[in-house]
Design a protein around this ligand. Structure first.
Ligand code: NAP
Length: 459
C-alpha cells in the first residue's frame, strides 16, 4: 500500500501543477490556478511521508514550519513594487533546495553509476548558481548591492577559468574520486562563486530577465535532482519550472527586442540620464494643467490609458480606476493599453490594475489596441516612456529600434503624466513628448491623478 501512496500523490500533484500553470495564463483563472498548484505541492509533501525508508519525520515537519511561516508572512506583506525581489528570493530558495538535496544524496549514498552521479553533480551546480545568483539579484533590487553593472579587470578570463575549473573538478569527482567528499564541496563552492560573478555585472533594471533565466536554472536543478533521487514529482515540477522560465525569458527578450546575450553582457539598462535624440534639442515640450487635461478628457469620446512603470512607483492604480469610472459616467469610452514589458516584470500592469479592481475586459494587449489609437481622442500616458517611444519604429540607431510599441502617437491628442524630463528604462529621449499634439502634465502620478479627479468631478 505504502509504495503506491507516494507515487499516486506525486502523479496527482504533477497533474495539479500542469492544470495550475495552464490557468495562470489568464488573470481570470490565475487565482484558482495558483490554489490548485499549491494543493499539488501540499499533496507532494504529504506523499513524501509515505516514501519507503522514510525516517526523521520530526525534522521534516520542522523544515515545513520553517519554510511556511516566513513564506506566508512575506507573501502577505510584500508591496506590489517589491514583487520582483520577492520572486528572486523564493527562486533562490528553490536553487538552495536543489543544491542541498543533491549534496545530501551524494554524501548519503555517493552515487553508484554515471546515471546517478551526473544528475547529482548537475543538481549541485545548477542549484548553487541559481541560489547565489538569485541572492545577488535580490540584493540589487532591494538596494543592498549596487544596482549599477559592476565591472572588474579580466572579468571574462576569470569567468572562463572558473567554468574550466568546475568542469575539471566535476570530471575528477565523477570518474575517480566519488568517495572523497572534498571534491564535491569544491564544486559547490566554485558554482556559488560563478552565480555571484555572473549577476554582479548586470544592471539592476535587467534583473527581471536575469531572475527569469535563474528560474529556468532552478527548474533544471530540481529536475536533475529528481533523476538522482528517482523522484517523479521533482522531475515533472522541475521540468515545468525550467520550461516556463525559458519561455518567459525568450518572450521578455522578444518584447524588448534584445537578445539574451545583450541582457547578460549588458547593452543598456539601469536608468540614467536621457541621451538626446537627434532633432529634439531645439524642440519644446508643451505643458498642460490638470484643469485643462480634465476638460480635454471629460469632453472626449474615447480615451486610451497607457500605464507604465511610473504608475507602479506612485502606487496610483486605485486613482486611475477612479478617473476611468468618472469619465465613463460622463459617457467617455475608456480602455487600457497594456504593453507586454510595461513596468519591470511580465504582467506588472495587469496585476497592478487587477489589485485596483479594474475590470479585466477593459485591459487590451498591444496587438488588440494598436489599431484603435487612430480613433482615440486622447492617449493618456501615465508613467510610461519606452513602451510609447516612436524611436523604436523610426530610428535605426536607437537602442530600442525594433521593439514593438503602443501606437500612442497615432491618437488625436496625447497627455503624458510624469514627474519631469527623466528618461525611461532604456535611458533615451522620447520624441513623442515633443509632438505638436502632446501635452505634458509634470507631476507625480498620484498627485496628478488626484488633481485630475478633482477637476473632472467639477466639470
Ligand atoms: P519606463 O520606460 O521605465 O519609463 C517610466 C517613466 O515613468 C519614466 O520616464 C519616469 O519619468 C516616469 N516615472 C517614474 N516615477 C514616476 C512617478 N512617481 N510618477 C510619474 N511618473 C513617474 O517604463 P515603461 O514605459 O513602463 O517601460 C518599461 C521598460 O522596462 C522597457 O524599456 C522594458 O524593456 C523594461 N523592462 C521591462 C521588464 C518587464 O518584464 N516588464 C523587464 C525588464 C526591463 P520621470 O522620472 O520624469 O518621472
Amino acid at each position: 500500500m505504502n509504495s503506491y501512496l507516494p507515487e499516486g500523490a506525486y502523479l496527482l500533484a504533477s497533474l495539479l501543477f500542469i492544470v495550475g500553470l495552464k490557468r495562470l495564463s489568464s488573470p481570470r483563472t490565475a487565482r484558482s490556478g495558483n490554489i490548485l498548484a499549491a494543493i499539488g505541492m501540499a499533496l507532494a509533501l504529504v506523499g513524501t511521508f509515505f516514501l519507503k525508508d522514510m525516517a526523521h519525520f520530526g525534522w521534516i515537519i520542522v523544515a515545513i514550519v520553517i519554510g511556511t511561516i516566513p513564506g506566508w508572512l512575506l507573501a502577505k506583506r510584500v508591496k506590489m513594487t517589491d514583487m520582483p525581489q520577492m520572486v528572486s528570493l523564493f527562486n533562490g530558495m528553490g536553487g538552495a533546495c536543489a543544491l542541498f538535496i543533491s549534496l545530501g544524496e551524494w554524501l548519503d549514498n555517493g552515487g553508484e553509476n554515471l546515471g546517478e552521479l551526473l544528475p547529482m553533480h548537475f543538481g549541485i551546480v545548477f542549484g548553487a548558481v541559481s541560489f547565489s545568483g538569485s541572492l545577488i539579484a535580490f540584493g540589487k533590487l532591494q538596494g543592498l548591492v549596487s544596482e549599477k553593472p559592476l565591472r572588474w579587470p579580466m572579468q571574462k578570463a576569470i569567468n572562463i577559468i572558473l567554468v574550466a575549473t568546475l568542469l575539471v573538478l566535476a570530471y575528477i569527482s565523477v570518474t575517480h574520486c566519488h568517495c572523497e567528499t572534498h571534491w564535491i564541496w569544491l564544486i559547490a563552492g566554485v558554482a556559488l562563486i560563478i552565480g555571484i560573478l555572473q549577476v554582479l555585472p548586470i544592471g539592476g533594471a535587467d534583473m527581471p530577465v536575469v531572475i527569469s533565466v535563474l528560474n529556468s536554472c532552478t527548474g533544471m536543478a530540481a529536475a536533475v535532482t529528481g533523476f538522482a533521487m528517482h523522484n517523479m514529482a521533482m522531475i515533472i515540477a522541475g521540468t515545468l519550472v525550467g520550461a516556463a522560465g525559458s519561455f518567459l525569458t525568450l518572450l521578455m527578450c522578444k518584447a524588448m527586442n534584445r537578445s539574451l546575450a545583450a541582457v547578460i553582457f549588458g547593452s543598456f539598462g539601469g536608468g540614467g540620464s536621457a541621451a538626446a535624440v537627434a532633432g529634439t534639442s531645439d524642440k519644446i515640450q508643451r505643458e498642460t494643467t490638470a484643469a485643462e487635461a480634465a476638460i480635454m478628457m471629460g469632453y472626449a469620446r474615447k480615451v486610451i490609458i497607457i500605464p507604465g512603470y511610473g504608475l507602479a512607483v506612485a502606487q496610483a492604480q486605485h486613482l486611475v480606476h477612479e478617473l476611468e469610472q468618472l469619465l465613463e459616467k460622463r459617457g467617455v469610452e475608456v480602455k487600457y493599453a497594456i504593453h507586454p514589458v510595461a513596468g519591470r516584470m511580465p504582467g506588472h500592469m495587469n496585476v497592478l490594475l487587477a489589485e485596483a479592481d479594474v475590470p479585466y475586459p477593459k485591459l487590451f494587449d498591444m496587438d488588440e489596441i494598436n489599431p484603435e489609437f487612430e480613433q482615440a481622442d486622447i492617449a493618456l500616458i501615465i508613467g510610461a516612456n519606452d513602451v510609447v517611444n516612436p524611436a523604436a519604429r523610426n530610428d535605426a540607431a536607437s537602442p530600442i529600434y525594433g521593439m514593438p510599441i503602443l501606437n500612442a502617437d497615432k491618437a488625436k491628442n496625447i497627455i503624458v503624466i510624469k514627474r519631469g524630463r527623466g528618461a525611461g528604462f532604456a535611458g533615451i529621449e522620447n520624441e513623442l513628448f515633443y509632438n505638436q499634439n502632446t501635452r505634458m502634465l509634470f507631476n507625480d502620478a498620484k498627485k496628478a491623478l488626484q488633481e485630475l479627479i478633482a477637476e473632472a468631478r467639477a466639470l
